[in-house]
Design a protein around this ligand. Structure first.
Ligand code: ADE
Length: 223
């Protein structure tokens, strides 16, 4: 999979994509990611990409021209399965959306800023709008990183043990069971006996029961 990210702050991403699973996915050749500085597509001397809103009101609007030029340039190289715009009023990101997007070949993500983009970008250039929650971020970069991470980690072959993505919270609409590691007793606090029993069937049953109970208690809307 290839991901192109269009942003005003490409530097914000370099660190995030240089560690852990995101780094490994690129080193394994399964994923490639490029960041594109929208300012490079500015149509004016000052390299600005925003302007006042028609009709007035507070806040600047990201102009259509630099965005359209950038997307047109990228499209010369690739055909996109989705061109995503990060927006608080987009469809809410879920595990099933990430699973679906993980099967695509080429994805482009446009990071929003200021009061948002000229509506014509949303109408004509974008194929999907995604929100990562009911709150407003200063920009779409963190949302783009969250969306990319949740997609990349479920691409087959990215995680060493493929079952570890399949047993993530939300994969079966249940949250994960609690996990424990050594020591078996710390400060008098014990690991549940069943996990030390060596009986895999009992352990699997216990995990499922715990997942179900936790989901009922913490996230009943998933059931
Ligand atoms: N940009 C600003 N807030 C956002 C959100 N909650 N989700 C996605 N993009 C955003």
């Amino acid at each position: 999979m290839h991901i192109d990210i269009i942003t005003l702050f490409p530097d914000l991403f370099t660190n995030i994509f240089s560690h852990s699973i995101l780094k490994r996915s690129q080193n394994k050749g399964i994923v490639s990611v490029e960041f594109h500085d929208l300012r490079a597509y500015s149509t004016n001397h000052y390299k600005s990409v925003d302007d006042y809103a028609y009709g007035g009101g507070a806040g600047m609007v990201m102009q259509i021209e630099p965005i359209a030029n950038c997307i047109a340039d990228l499209k010369k190289k690739r055909e996109y399965d989705e061109i995503i715009y990060t927006a608080p009023d987009g469809e809410m990101l879920t595990q099933s959306i990430s699973n679906e997007l993980s099967l695509k070949n080429n994805i482009c993500i446009l990071c929003g800023h200021y009061k948002g983009v000229d509506e014509r970008v949303r109408e004509h250039l974008i194929t999907r709008e995604i929100s990562i929650g009911n709150y407003v971020l200063s920009g779409g970069e963190l949302a783009a990183a969250v969306i990319s991470d949740s997609i990349i980690r479920v691409i087959p072959g990215v995680l060493n043990d493929e079952t570890s993505a399949l047993t993530d919270s939300f994969q079966n609409n249940l949250v994960s069971p609690p996990v424990y590691s050594r020591p078996a007793i710390y400060n008098g606090w014990e690991v549940p006996q069943v996990l030390l029993s060596g009986n895999q069937k009992l352990i699997d049953n216990w995990n499922l029961e715990q997942s179900f109970e936790r989901t009922k208690q913490r996230r009943p809307e998933l059931l």
